[in-house]
Ligand binder design. Structure first.
Ligand SMILES: NC(=O)c1ccc[n+]([C@@H]2O[C@H](COP(=O)([O-])OP(=O)(O)OC[C@H]3O[C@@H](n4cnc5c(N)ncnc54)[C@H](OP(=O)(O)O)[C@@H]3O)[C@@H](O)[C@H]2O)c1
Length: 265
């Protein structure tokens, strides 16, 4: 199949999308991007007031808020029920819900478990439930979730639970992708580096830390949520129709880890 107008590959006109973790940061930004690209977006998170504010910014009422806690399987089931009651099938699903944790060891077991519950189990619950939703409707689809560029070779002290969870998410995506491929459901991961959002506000609040980060980032700047839009749109749209099971790094080159500033000549 050839495409006469390649720009149409990126449209989401007529698509129904579901975004979990839509109340702030990357999920919020991609919800708006999807709506602006033509999708109707069911936007979920725990803070409904934030979702309503987001909906007020969307063109033509294309964002529909819904309360979901990814730690509750019943909330995710209720979210899908709502979409199905509206006669819709979410063929694009983005899970951007995430919990960060800076606690140095010894981190209490409960806190470690909470981070895994939101980041790893939450991703699992969303992928399984929406995979079933698509299979019931006999529709192809694209499931996207968010890992972290720091599961590559970059390491830093502390943050064990968070990066353990993100390592799990990255592997999970590949295995679920293998399972769902026969149903024409693609599953991919976006792995951001440092992106200015509420999650990393404390980390980025000190100028000395920001300077160290910029020094180590090959592209020499902290990312913004807008920097993730292209990747989010690519994986949601027809543009990526032959892509599944990948990790798409959006990290300013952070995963290059060490770029030796020497030239052979
Ligand atoms: N910012 C970065 O530098 C960076 C780097 C690498 C990866 N990431 C990943 O990117 C994703 C988005 O994070 P962000 O940076 O955009 O942070 P953020 O602004 O703090 O957004 C986190 C989102 O997750 C939602 N969330 C948290 N717990 C939830 C729960 N139990 N149920 C449902 N939703 C929940 C929050 O909504 P409610 O609180 O309203 O529920 C919020 O919408 C996360 O997976 C994060 O780990 C971020």
């Amino acid at each position: 199949m050839t495409t006469d107008d390649p720009t149409t590959l990126f449209t989401l006109e007529g698509v129904t999308a579901a975004v979990v973790g839509a109340s702030s940061g990357i999920g919020r930004s991609l919800s708006l991007a999807y709506a602006r690209a033509g999708a109707t977006v069911y936007a979920a998170a725990r803070r409904v007031d934030r979702l309503e504010e987001l909906a007020s910014e969307a063109p033509d009422g294309r964002i529909i808020p819904h309360e979901v806690d990814v730690c509750r399987e019943s909330d995710i089931a209720g979210f899908i029920e709502r979409i199905e009651q509206d006669g819709q099938v979410a063929t694009v699903v983005l899970n951007a819900a995430g919990l960060f944790s800076y606690t140095p060891p010894p981190m209490p077991d409960e806190e470690f478990a909470k981070v895994l519950d939101v980041n790893l189990m939450g991703t699992w619950r969303v992928l399984v439930a929406f995979g079933e939703h698509l299979k019931r409707a006999n529709r192809p689809g694209s499931l996207i979730t968010i890992g972290s560029s720091c599961t590559t070779f970059t390491v830093a002290p502390s943050n064990h639970a968070y990066f353990a969870s993100k390592g799990g998410v990255e592997n999970l995506v590949r295995w679920v992708a293998a399972d769902l491929a026969e149903s024409d459901i693609r599953v991919n991961l976006i792995a951001p580096g440092w992106i200015e959002t509420d999650m990393v506000e404390t980390a980025l609040s000190r100028e000395d830390r920001v300077s160290i980060l910029k020094e180590h980032l090959p592209l020499k700047r902290i990312g913004t949520t807008d920097d993730v839009t292209g990747a989010g749109l690519f994986l949601a749209s027809e543009a990526s129709r032959y892509v599944t099971g990948i990790t798409l790094l959006v990290d300013g080159g952070l995963a290059l880890n060490r770029v030796w500033n020497i030239r052979p000549t």
